[in-house]
Design a protein around this ligand. Structure first.
Ligand SMILES: [Zn+2]
Ligand SMILES: [Zn+2]
Ligand SMILES: [Zn+2]
Ligand SMILES: [Zn+2]
Ligand SMILES: [Zn+2]
Length: 289
């Protein structure tokens, strides 16, 4: 994190160790830099404070954890080994054996699971009013509880839940068919982007656009746009999901897009606002009309 008061006449006096006590989202090197930035920060401070509260709510959400699916006293490695996915593809970062310096993976990754254990195709029935936990989710997607997919799906499902909390009203409106989500500080998620394709099942009538903003995004991929046209595929070659040209043929545009932004949200959100002419970024998630 950089001192938010940097570059205004006087030099920084050291590392930015003073956090704004209200929002906790910006840091300063000194009282004087905090003071010189306070006018400019006033408005964003309120916004950040709201966002931090939401993040808190999200952290207490059942989809953030998959403990109910992991048997007690079983290590991640043995769980993944039993599921046949230990150290494979998107799973490589779910246990300590994974590569130490991960690089951003391609979105062509699949589940590395047989079709009956993963959501490689669209749902057979429309989503019920509100999924309240993994059992609901697995039932809806017709996947047995023994499947490990929750480990990779807790990102999209946590988003699903966060959006339900943040903007129930605007989502209910029929005119709202675009969903723009600011996702902060992605790390391991960057290696599991294919799992975000599940958002098209969770928001069947929406165009979902995810802005991933964080320092872990490689410089060379800053600004990159990724189209998720199909669900992450299974390992069965004769499964219908393998014919991934389905949507390409019909010319249907991807219903989930992801754009990568390198940097801290504090430094990048102005760019994002300018690009989209959003009047306020007052929600952690924004539903656009
Ligand atoms: Zn600032
Ligand atoms: Zn400073
Ligand atoms: Zn603040
Ligand atoms: Zn392992
Ligand atoms: Zn499949």
């Amino acid at each position: 994190m950089e001192c938010a008061g940097k570059g205004r006449g006087t030099r920084c006096l050291g590392p930015p160790t003073r956090l704004c006590t209200r929002c906790g989202a910006v840091a300063y090197c000194s009282v004087s830099h905090q003071f010189s930035h306070r006018k400019e920060h006033k408005e964003e401070c309120e916004r950040f404070e709201q966002q931090m509260k939401r993040v808190d709510a999200v952290n207490h959400f059942p989809f953030a954890f998959s403990r109910e699916l992991l048997r007690k006293q079983e290590s991640r490695c043995s769980f993944l080994t039993k599921a046949g996915v230990h150290r494979l593809g998107m799973w490589a970062h779910e246990c300590p054996c994974g590569p130490s310096s991960p690089s951003l993976r391609s979105i062509n990754d699949g589940w590395d699971l047989p079709q009956d254990l993963c959501p490689c195709r669209g749902p057979v029935s429309s989503i019920s009013k509100g999924l309240t936990g993994w059992v609901d989710y697995y039932e809806w997607r017709c996947i047995p509880l023994s499947s490990p997919v929750a480990l990779l799906l807790h990102w999209p499902l946590t988003l699903y839940r966060a959006i339900q909390i943040a903007c129930t009203e605007s989502l209910n409106s029929e005119t709202c068919n675009k969903l723009r989500i600011h996702y902060l500080g992605p790390e391991k998620e960057l290696l599991q982007l294919a799992a975000f394709a599940e958002l098209q099942a969770l928001f069947p009538d929406k165009q979902v656009h995810l802005e991933l903003i964080g320092p872990a995004i490689p410089e060379s991929r800053d600004g990159e746009i990724i189209n998720l046209q199909t669900y992450a595929h299974c390992q069965d070659i004769d499964c219908f999901c393998g014919f991934s040209s389905e949507s390409a043929v019909s010319g249907k545009s991807a219903s989930v897009t992801i754009q990568l932004h390198r940097g801290l949200y504090h430094d990048r959100f102005r760019d994002l606002v300018e690009v989209y002419f959003l009047p306020h970024l007052s929600h952690w998630t924004d539903a656009l009309l």
